[in-house]
Design a protein around this ligand. Structure first.
Ligand code: NCD
Length: 308
């Protein structure tokens, strides 16, 4: 019988297929790293392992934190920038991956603009693939680090009201978070303009609600999770970028509607004056930099499990 644990040993493709027990184990280990970690201290737990980071889309946080996580555990890492690789010479995804696989890395961390790209490769390569974001589909380590950050401020996810606001349609962060939060009994409210909030997303998991109204989404929320407007995934040029902030940008007056101890999150990169005001981004309630910090601990826990 294949268990979720076996699944993770074969890599990490998404949150949807992970069990609660599996998620809890990763979060527990990430918490231990958070508590133990003296800044910059390295262990040699993964010494002799080679992690290849293959990013077909730009990334600051995710790539750097996977790299730091690998190094802190003593693994070697090689980062391949697609712009400087043979992909720009017309090589196909499978050929690029087969070439890399022939160099025998122990795991590949990949980000790709096509939803399902890491799943496709996982079927072809005998190497664990860790999904660092595939198109609009999933971004599992982001949802894990988000859960960890919420749990730094709350004792449990169950019963929390989490408002996820912005460009839901194009967001793999929203999808992975919906899967994770729903598994743990949180109330998830998705909010955005009608063109960026497809109604079928209400079917993603049980109990997910949709609204076009910021006040409705935020009232009594425990967590406000803002999303970047992903203009790179919008192929029509009708997006009213200038007006967006007026309708869906998070301002202090919105935050005042939430619970007094609400936390404000954003996966980054943030666009001040579009998705949220600077006042909110830099406020006491903002845990945006804590998310970045927890990203390293979660990725250490994921790498460790993949190699265990
Ligand atoms: C997110 C992504 O790439 O999906 N960023 C991230 O990983 N921190 C969200 C985004 O780019 O808007």
């Amino acid at each position: 019988m294949t268990t979720a644990l076996d699944g993770l040993r074969a890599g990490l493709l998404g949150i949807e297929d992970l069990s609660r027990t599996e998620i809890e184990a990763i979060l527990r280990r990430a918490k231990e790293f958070q508590q133990q970690q003296a800044p910059g201290k390295k262990s040699d737990a993964l010494r002799g392992h080679m992690v290849v980071l293959l990013f077909f889309e730009s990334s600051t946080r995710t790539r750097t934190s996977f790299e730091i996580a690998a190094k802190r555990l003593g693994a070697d890492s090689v980062s391949i920038s697609v712009a400087a690789s043979s992909v720009s010479k017309g090589e196909s995804l499978v050929d690029t991956l087969n070439t890399l696989a022939a160099m025998r890395p122990d795991a590949i961390v990949m980000r790709h603009a096509a939803s399902g790209a890491p799943h496709f490769l996982a079927r072809h390569l005998p190497i664990p693939i860790i999904n660092a974001g595939d198109g609009t589909h999933e971004h599992p380590t982001q949802a894990l680090l988000d859960a960890m950050t919420i749990l730094d401020h709350r004792t449990s996810l169950e019963g929390l009201k989490v408002a996820i606001i912005g460009d839901i349609a194009h967001s793999r962060v929203a999808r992975s978070n919906v899967h994770l939060l729903a598994k743990f009994g949180a109330e998830v409210v998705l909010c955005g303009p009608p063109t960026l909030l497809p109604t079928e997303l209400g079917l993603l998991a049980k109990g997910v609600k949709l609204t076009y109204r910021m006040d409705e989404a935020i009232r009594d929320a425990d967590v406000i999770m803002m999303l970047r407007v992903q203009l790179e995934r919008q192929f029509e040029t009708t997006f009213p970028a200038g007006e967006y902030f007026g309708f869906y940008g998070l301002r202090q007056e919105h935050v005042a509607l939430a619970k007094p101890d609400v936390i404000v999150m954003h996966p980054g990169p943030i666009n001040r004056g579009r998705e949220l005001s600077s006042e909110v981004a830099d406020s006491q309630q903002s845990v945006i930099l804590n998310q970045v910090e927890n990203g390293v601990f979660v990725r250490m826990a994921v790498l460790e499990r993949v190699f265990s």
